[in-house]
Design a protein around this ligand. Structure first.
Ligand code: FAD
Length: 457
C-alpha cells in the first residue's frame, strides 16, 4: 500500500513492529488498523487525510497515544500517527513555543525550561500535547497561567478535506475557539503555538504523605487550605498505596496513604511560607516537598502510570469538598484490590476562573476540584481481577453522585462514558450546539469521529 506524495513510513500488519506501532498507553485497547501512516510533517498529514477520505477509510489520529479510551487507534482503518513529529522550538524573546502535533509534555518542558520558561501542561511527561491541549489542559501551573488552551495562540490544522489552515484569534476564529476544548473533532493539528511564562527552573515541589487513616482530617483541612492558596501553588491530591518510587523510603512502599502533591511556581522562600500550614497539619509519613527542577517534578510520577498496563477511569467535576463528599472519598478510595489503582483530585481555581466562559468550550471553570478514579490491572491479570477493579471505580463514582457538578473534564472520559451521554455533559447544551456548528462547517461528514465526538448539525 502506498500514499502518493507521502514521505513518512507506512506500517501494516506485514511489518515486524506493527504490534508496537498500534499499541497505545492503555493496553486494554487492542485494535488492528489496516494502515499506520507515520507522518514526517504537515504535508504528510494532508496526504494521509486525503488518502483516507478517497478510500473511505475510518480515521484515528494519534498524538501521544495516551487517551484512556484508546481513540488514537482504530480497527481496520488508518491511524494518522504524529508520533515522529515532536519538535519544539522556543522564542525566548517573545516567550512563545512552536510545538509539533506529536510532541509529549516532556519534550515541551525540556525545551522551554532551558530558557526558564513553561506553559501549563500535564503532570505526567509521557502524555501527548495534542490531545491534552485540545480537551482543555490542566496541570500544576494552571492556577497561575491558566489552562493549556488559555495559552494557545495559534494552531496549524489539516481539515477533513485535506486543506491546511491556520487558526488563531484573527484566522478562522470559530475554529480557534472550538480547538480550545472541543477535542480532535475539527481536524489534525500539526503545530501549536503557546504563550510561555517564567517558571523556575527551580521550584518548591513534591508530595507530603499521610496515613490513609488520616484521610478525613487531611481532606477537611486541605479544602480550606486550597481555597486560600495563592495562584502560584498548584496541588493534586493522590489517594492509594504509596508507589515503589526510589525517592520514597522503601518501608513506606505499598502502604495506603493520602498525598498532597505541590508545585509552587514562584520564589522558593514564598513557596515555603505558602505550604507551611500544610506541613504542620499533622505528622506525615513522608515529606518530600523540596526545591527541585520543574522539569524533574513534571516527570516524578511517570513510572507509576506506564504504557502497557490496563486502565479504566471514572471522572467527575465536584461541587465541592463538603464533609459528606470527604466521607465518600475516604470510604471508597482505599477499597481497590490492586496496589496500582489510585485516585487523583486536581485543585482548579485561580487563573482558570478568570477567563470568561464564552472564550473557550472548556466548561468546568468554576469547579474547585475534579476527581479521577483510576482502576489499574496488569496485562497478565485475570478478567475477574479486571472486573473487580473496574467495579471498584464504578461504585466509587456512583457514590459521588450527589457531589458531582454539571460538567466533567472531557479528557478524563473513558469509552463507556460516550454511550452514557457524558460528552454532552462535558460541555452543556449551549456549548455543545456551538461546537456542532463549527463541526458542520469544518467536518460535515464526521470524518474525525474517533474522539469525544461532537456530531455535525
Ligand atoms: P491520543 O491518545 O494520542 O489522542 C486522543 C485523541 O486526541 C485522538 O483520538 C484525537 O481525537 C485527538 N488528537 C490527538 N492528537 C491530535 C492531533 N495532533 N490533532 C488533532 N487531534 C488529535 N490531562 C490533563 O489535562 N492534565 C494532566 O495532568 C493529565 N495527566 C494525564 C496522565 C496520564 C497518565 C494520562 C494517561 C492522561 C492524562 N491526562 C491529563 C489526560 C490527557 O489529556 C488525555 O489522555 C489526552 O488525550 C492525551 O493526549 P494524547 O495526544 O496523548 O492523546
Amino acid at each position: 500500500m502506498r500514499i502518493d506524495g507521502f514521505r513518512g513510513r507506512l506500517v501494516t500488519g506485514d511489518d515486524l513492529d506493527y504490534d508496537t506501532a498500534r499499541a497505545v498507553w492503555n493496553r486494554s485497547v487492542n485494535r488492528r488498523p489496516r494502515l499506520i501512516a507515520r507522518c514526517t510533517g504537515t504535508a504528510d498529514v494532508a496526504e494521509a487525510v486525503r488518502f483516507a477520505r478517497g478510500h473511505d477509510l475510518e480515521i484515528a489520529v494519534r498524538g501521544g497515544g495516551h487517551n484512556v479510551a484508546g481513540t488514537a487507534v482504530c480497527d481496520d482503518g488508518i491511524v494518522i500517527d504524529l508520533s515522529a513529529m515532536r519538535a519544539v522550538s522556543v522564542d525566548p524573546a517573545d516567550r512563545t513555543a512552536q510545538v509539533q502535533g506529536g510532541a509529549l509534555w516532556g519534550d515541551v518542558d525540556h525545551e522551554t525550561q532551558a530558557h526558564g520558561l513553561a506553559t501549563t501542561g500535564g503532570i505526567v511527561s509521557h502524555t501527548g500535547v495534542a490531545g491534552l491541549t485540545l480537551g482543555g489542559g490542566i496541570g500544576f501551573l494552571m492556577r497561575k497561567c491558566g489552562l493549556t488552551v488559555d495559552n494557545l495562540l495559534a494552531a496549524e490544522v489539516v481539515t477533513a478535506d485535506g486543506s491546511v489552515v491556520r487558526a488563531s484569534a484573527d484566522d478562522h476564529p470559530d475554529l480557534f475557539w472550538a480547538l480550545r476544548g472541543g477535542g480532535g473533532n475539527f481536524g489534525v493539528v500539526t503545530t501549536f503555538r503557546f504563550a510561555l511564562h517564567p517558571v523556575g527552573p527551580g521550584v518548591l515541589a513534591g508530595p507530603v504523605f499521610w496515613s490513609a487513616d488520616d484521610t478525613t482530617d487531611v481532606l477537611r483541612f486541605y479544602r480550606d487550605f486550597a481555597a486560600d492558596a495563592p495562584d502560584e501553588l498548584g496541588t493534586v491530591v493522590r489517594l492509594g498505596t504509596i508507589p515503589p518510587l526510589p525517592v520514597i523510603p522503601g518501608e513506606l512502599h505499598g502502604r495506603p496513604a493520602i498525598a498532597v502533591i505541590c508545585c509552587y511556581a514562584g520564589p522558593i522562600a514564598d513557596g515555603k511560607r505558602a505550604v507551611e500550614p500544610l506541613r504542620r497539619l499533622r505528622t506525615p509519613l513522608a515529606d518530600l516537598l523540596t526545591p527541585k527542577p520543574y522539569a524533574a517534578h513534571q516527570s516524578a510520577t511517570d513510572a507509576t502510570v506506564p504504557h502497557g498496563w490496563h486502565y479504566h477511569w471514572k471522572a467527575a467535576d465536584l461541587t465541592g469538598l463538603s464533609d459528606d463528599a470527604v466521607s465518600v472519598i475516604a470510604d471508597h478510595a482505599y477499597r481497590a484490590r490492586s496496589p496500582r489503582s489510585y485516585t487523583v483530585m486536581f485543585h482548579m481555581g485561580g487563573a482558570v476562573t478568570r477567563v470568561p466562559h464564552a472564550d473557550t468550550p472548556y466548561a468546568g471553570r468554576d469547579v474547585a476540584h475534579n476527581i479521577n478514579i483510576d482502576a489499574v490491572w496488569l496485562p497478565g491479570e485475570s478478567d475477574e481481577y479486571a472486573a473487580t477493579e473496574t467495579a471498584w471505580a464504578r461504585r466509587f463514582f456512583d457514590a459521588l453522585k450527589p457531589h458531582r457538578a454539571d460538567s466533567v473534564y472531557v479528557n478524563f472520559l473513558d469509552s463507556d462514558d460516550d454511550a452514557a451521554g457524558r460528552v454532552w455533559e462535558a460541555y452543556g447544551d449551549r456549548v455543545y450546539r456551538r461546537l456542532a456548528e463549527v463541526k458542520t462547517k469544518y467536518d460535515p461528514d464526521n470524518a474525525f469521529h474517533l474522539n469525544k465526538n461532537i456530531r455535525p448539525g
